[in-house]
Every structure is written in C-alpha cells, then in structure tokens.
Design a binder for this molecule. Sequence first.
Ligand code: FPP
Length: 253
Amino acid sequence: MFKIFKKNNDRQARLDTLDLHHIPEHIAIIMDGNGRWAKQRKMPRIKGHYQGMETIKTITRAASDLNVKYLTLYAFSTENWSRPQEEINYIMGLPVNFLNTFLPELIEKNVRVETIGFIDELPTKTIQAIEEAKLKTADNTGLTLIFAINYGGRAEIMHGIQNVIKNYKHASDSDIEQLTEKDFSKYLMTGAFPDPDLLIRTSGEQRISNFLIWQLSYSEFIFNEKMWPDFNDEDLKACIKTYQSRQRRFGGL
Ligand code: FPP
C-alpha cells in the first residue's frame, strides 16, 4: 500500500518538475532492443517486436498528452532487409496490426499519421494500412506521428540530390550557388517537419545508425539503457527532464 502511494507520489513529483512550457517540439526515437528483450526472456525475437509495437502506443499517448508536436519513430531501416525473411514479414505486418487496433484512438486524440522512407517498396498490405491511416488523420492538428519505414539517411540525401539535379538541369551557375541549406531541406522526406529537438535511443547503444543524419545536426541526444519494450511514459518524461536541463547553443555562445 505504502509502496503504491510512494510510486504515485514519485510520479507526481516528476511531472511537477517538468517544465510544460519547454517541451521539445519534435522528439525522434531509435526504438532499439526488441530482439534482446525477447532473448532475455527466452522468447522468439518477434515477441520483442510485438511488445515494441505496444510500447509505441504507450509513448504516442504520452507524447500526445504532453503536447509534443512531432514524434518520429525509426521502425524499419533500408538496412533491415538483410534480416531473416520471417522476421521481415512479421515486422511488415505490425503496422497493419497497430493501425487495426489503434487508429480509432489516434483519431480520437487528434493525431496525424505520416511516414518517411521508401514506402512504395513495402508489401501492398502494409502500404494500404498506412495510406488509410494517413487519409483518415490528414486533417488532425495534434501530434504528428511519423513512422520512418524503409528509411535511411544516406538514401534520403541521395534521393534529394537527384531531385535537385533534375530541377536545376537548366539553371545558371549563380542559381545553383544560391541554393541554401534551407532550400535543400525541402528536398528531404522531412521537408514539411521541423528538425528534431531531442533524439532518444534505447537499449544502451550509442550510435545513430543512418537515422535523420541531416536533421539531427543540432539535436540533443539521450541514450537510455532500457530495451524498447520496457520503455514507458515515465522514461519519456525523465528524458524530457534531462533535455530541459541541457543548454542548446546551436554553435553560438
Ligand atoms: C530494433 O530492435 C527494432 C526494429 C528494427 C523494429 C522495430 C519495429 C517495431 C517496434 C514495430 C513497428 C510497428 C509499427 C506500427 C510501424 P532490434 O530487433 O534491432 O533489437 P536487438 O538490437 O536487440 O536485436
């Protein structure tokens, strides 16, 4: 009894100390550790991915309640195709399962679903589920939940460069020289979104694995030890608390 009381009190204390006027506008997350979480429990890796999908629901709810504006989740990289076919098939079914079970709540919470990545290369059933979710949430004005699926930072930049070249085929040298970083950002898959303020990676690994390599230039990085299926709303709040204690200088003083 006392323990429960204490836990609730701790939770309240942590929320009380979060500065609700200084919530990161855009949080990006590398959801790592599903496989290890399952292995630690002597379960097949796909159980970890299933539980990881459940964590996505928890973190989406928490981000939405905290008025985070953008949440980008690294769900499948352009390099993940090298995994066993069975695991790939399972992961490709998860967006379908996720949206079947969660789309009504996303709509109710005014969440808009978006994606970055080479979506047209995904299995048809996955594309259909995603497109339906995008369509049904297109006018929502709360949290924008962005899934990075079949996404790779280098491939994204290459794709952007190819489009610049196509658009500037007949341009003068001076037009080309006037192309700015801001202009180029619009050629990226994230063109309509602000850069992340905060990057979180779970499972203790400390690298960015080809995720948003252009956009993370000035983001704060937090590496959390928990495996993604164990990450919860309190952990998200603790990360935001740490973010709030950092001073962002963007190269200035
Ligand atoms: C990383 O853990 C996780 C992935 C590569 C897949 C993540 C996918 C989901 C959580 C589901 C996606 C669902 C939707 C709704 C889009 P890992 O397998 O690399 O873990 P390990 O490093 O411990 O092996």
